[in-house]
Design a protein around this ligand. Structure first.
Ligand SMILES: Cc1cc2nc3c(=O)[nH]c(=O)nc-3n(C[C@H](O)[C@H](O)[C@H](O)COP(=O)(O)O)c2cc1C
Length: 358
């Protein structure tokens, strides 16, 4: 069978599973998701996703209600699985030390220094409960395998469960754990490297190598993520054995996105040709466009995740509001320089321009 025959005859298990018209998933954006973009991708026939990182139960219910008002089509809600380190408190002395390292940025943005919080993240159990109660078509997870009781509770409500892998071993662990589909996220992807079996630095497999190996190793549908921004990337991912693609950066650059104008401008500029992997903004490895704060901060002198993410999260939104791209996170993938379109509909049309069967 030629690759073309194989592709065109392939039943689309992903669209059947997600009940979508086309095999395109909008990547969730923790902290930068918008109801408008999620709904636009779902309305366009794909699966819009919304990142719930940092959201408490109340915010989850509010967001889900807004999404349901905006679209009757299926959408996904996305959660980060805790790895246990979240609960390790910092001593007051350590907190003060990390704050003093970041003090110049608070001063530059005219912000008061933060007080030590009772916790850095909402309770995961509450997040899961609220998310399942909200009843999205799909719930997707990163940074681990969701517990069997969570998967069972989702299935009882008819919710499809998706996991995310950065290596073949993680994809196999997710399938064994009972998820319904797996995102294979190559190291080209924008945002955090969501590795959970080995350190992220030891799990940097490119999309071109990862997708076919994951497709060979699991029976559940595979969604390729990382570096896909146009019809060529879509066709390549499907040819490699993916059942669907997940696209982040190209959608983040559209007018429906919650990225502030200065962020969107930079995604459409020559600066998007360079991305780096860094731990300094959150304590976890993530890919973004380099700026002054990434250059300035010493990875050996940052707080662990999630404290570092919380600490820089006290000033990054203000930097974003001021359009100060040197002091915010500019998460973006290696395909950012391929970005040409300004609306979700145009990105969808571009991805599918070669035909949905590749
Ligand atoms: C700003 C930003 C935030 C992200 N946050 C999340 C997240 O919270 N959860 C998640 O599963 N993926 C997250 N991602 C990854 C995207 O959903 C998607 O998988 C990735 O962007 C695909 O690679 P691409 O940027 O090359 O298209 C994020 C990506 C970006 C750019």
């Amino acid at each position: 069978m030629t690759p073309e025959q194989n592709l065109s005859s392939r039943p689309n298990r992903a669209t059947e599973l997600f009940r979508t018209e086309v095999p395109v998933v909008l990547g969730p954006f923790g902290g930068v998701s918008s109801v408008q973009l999620t709904a636009a991708v779902s309305e366009g026939g794909g699966l819009g996703s919304y990142g719930l990182y940092g959201y408490d139960a109340q915010a989850i219910h509010k967001t889900a209600a807004q999404l349901k008002d905006a679209t009757a089509k299926p959408f996904a809600l996305n959660l980060w699985v805790p790895d246990g380190t979240e609960d390790t408190p910092l001593t007051a002395a350590a907190f003060d030390r990390y704050v003093s390292i970041l003090r110049p940025y608070f001063d530059e943005l005219d912000l008061p220094l933060p007080e030590m919080p009772a916790r850095y993240l909402p309770d995961y159990g509450e997040q899961v409960e609220a998310t399942l109660e909200a009843g999205p078509a799909v719930v997707s997870f990163v940074f681990g395998v969701p517990a069997p009781e969570i998967i069972e509770a989702a299935h009882r409500r008819g919710i499809v469960v998706v996991g995310t892998a950065t290596t073949v071993a993680e994809a196999v662990a997710l399938e064994t754990g009972g998820v319904d589909a797996v995102v294979a996220s190559g190291m080209e992807s924008g945002g955090h490297r969501v590795s959970f079996l080995k350190p992220a630095e030891d799990s940097l497999v490119g999309t071109f190598a990862l997708v076919p190996q994951v497709a060979d190793s699991v029976r559940i549908p595979v969604i390729a993520a990382g570096g896909i921004a146009d019809r060529r990337g879509f066709a390549a991912a499907m040819a490699l054995g993916a059942d669907a693609v997940q696209v982040g950066s190209a959608f983040l650059a559209t007018r429906e996105s919650a990225a502030v104008p200065a962020y969107r401008e930079i995604l459409h500029s020559p600066a998007a040709r360079e991305t780096v992997l860094t731990r300094v903004l959150s304590g976890r490895l993530a890919r973004g466009i380099p700026n002054r704060i990434i250059a300035d901060l010493d990875p050996a002198r940052i707080a662990p995740f999630p404290a570092q993410n919380w600490l820089t999260g006290r000033f990054r939104p203000e930097a974003a509001a001021q359009g100060n791209t040197e002091l915010m996170s500019l998460w973006a993938g290696q395909s950012a320089a391929l970005i040409r379109h300004d609306s979700a509909a145009a990105v969808l049309a571009e991805l599918l321009a070669g035909g949905t069967s590749a």
